[in-house]
Design a protein around this ligand. Structure first.
Ligand code: FES
Length: 112
């Protein structure tokens, strides 16, 4: 498990990036739900934590493909592959992230 931050430090609508390998993006939606996905877009090397959060989706800051935080699925090109999703648990007020055991879908040229 990776310790992300106290829940109170992640207000609704905000995100943060964990410097794991590969990095993980943690989001708190306007509804207060917390999700974690791989931070790196599957199209190119862009940080999804820097993207636009809307509902349960984040829009890549580079070319605007949108990823569903619940499933990791992408809505439209240029990104074609989903990002991994990670299990999130809030333990004693602290956001904890359990990294998926699946292989990440990193963009071409990047490897872990
Ligand atoms: S880098 Fe994310 S859509 Fe291109």
């Amino acid at each position: 498990m990776h310790r992300a931050c106290p829940l109170d430090d992640l207000p609704p609508g905000e995100s943060l990036r964990l410097e794991t390998d590969p990095p993980i993006a943690v989001f708190r939606t306007d509804d207060g739900e917390v999700f974690a996905i791989d931070d790196t877009c599957t199209h190119q090397d862009a940080s999804l934590a820097d993207g636009w959060l809307e509902g349960c989706e984040v829009e890549c800051p580079l070319h605007a493909s949108r990823f569903d935080l619940r499933t990791g699925e992408v809505d439209a090109p240029p990104a074609k592959r989903p990002v991994r999703t990670h299990r999130v648990e809030v333990v004693d007020g602290v956001v904890m992230v359990e990294e998926s055991a699946e292989a990440p879908n990193l963009p071409p040229g990047l490897s872990r």
